[in-house]
Design a protein around this ligand. Structure first.
Ligand code: SF4
Length: 206
């Protein structure tokens, strides 16, 4: 871990506590919906860890770094090599709406080795959900802005009726926490990184 990370760590802990409780809320709501559908996230042909998701908060950046820092030196070294490779292979498509599929460097033998620390998108992916605030402002009032679940979800549960799962409260809480963190540490730049990019970026480079 870098000097800057050590120095930030104590002051970040208070944000990590709040983030953990937000993640617990998300996980509970996700489990509630998954139980309703009797959806089981396993045996995917299209593993969602192969999707090139971008993450946008410093909070998730530092939280993932915290988990990464707790891994053994050998595992960290291995993961960093994988992350470098992913970054090299995806250079040139950054920012584009690419459908390229490449395994996240934290997925080893089908499992996320930083499951407790995984970002918000990883937690909410798979089950149909909506953004209620957006649908209230949509040009067709009353029309639900429901985003699709993953391919495996539709195979297992596509015939079932929609279980209300609103992401908006989670996005709003995350955005408020991120605002507080950016003010506290005077971060001004926008952040948009894949997990691989987060792993190879030192906090000093932010
Ligand atoms: S952080 Fe974990 S859950 Fe998210 S894409 Fe990577 S391996 Fe998958």
């Amino acid at each position: 871990m870098t000097e800057k990370m050590n120095c930030l760590d104590t002051r970040l802990n208070i944000f990590f506590d709040k983030l953990r409780s937000l993640f617990t809320e998300m996980d509970d709501k996700y489990a509630e919906a998954a139980n309703f559908y009797e959806f089981h996230c396993r045996g995917c042909r299209n593993n969602c860890c192969e999707s090139l998701f971008h993450h946008h908060t410093y909070l998730e950046f530092f939280y993932l770094k915290k988990g990464f820092g707790a891994l053994s030196a050998q595992v960290r070294d291995n993961v960093l090599k994988r992350a470098q490779k992913v970054v090299q292979e995806t250079r040139g498509i950054r920012g584009k709406n690419s459908r390229v599929r490449i395994m996240c460097p934290l997925n080893i033998d089908g499992l996320c080795i930083l499951y407790r620390y995984r970002p918000m998108i990883c937690r909410l992916h798979g089950i149909p959900s909506e953004l209620k605030i957006l649908s209230q402002n949509a040009s067709c009032p009353g029309k639900k802005n429901i985003s699709a679940g993953c391919e495996t979800f539709y195979k297992q549960c596509g015939h079932k009726s929609y279980y209300p799962f609103d992401r908006a409260p989670f996005y709003m809480k995350m955005s408020q926490l991120e605002k507080e963190l950016k003010e506290t540490f005077a971060f001004h730049k926008k952040l948009k990184m894949t997990v691989a990019e987060i792993l190879i970026t030192a906090p000093d480079e932010l």
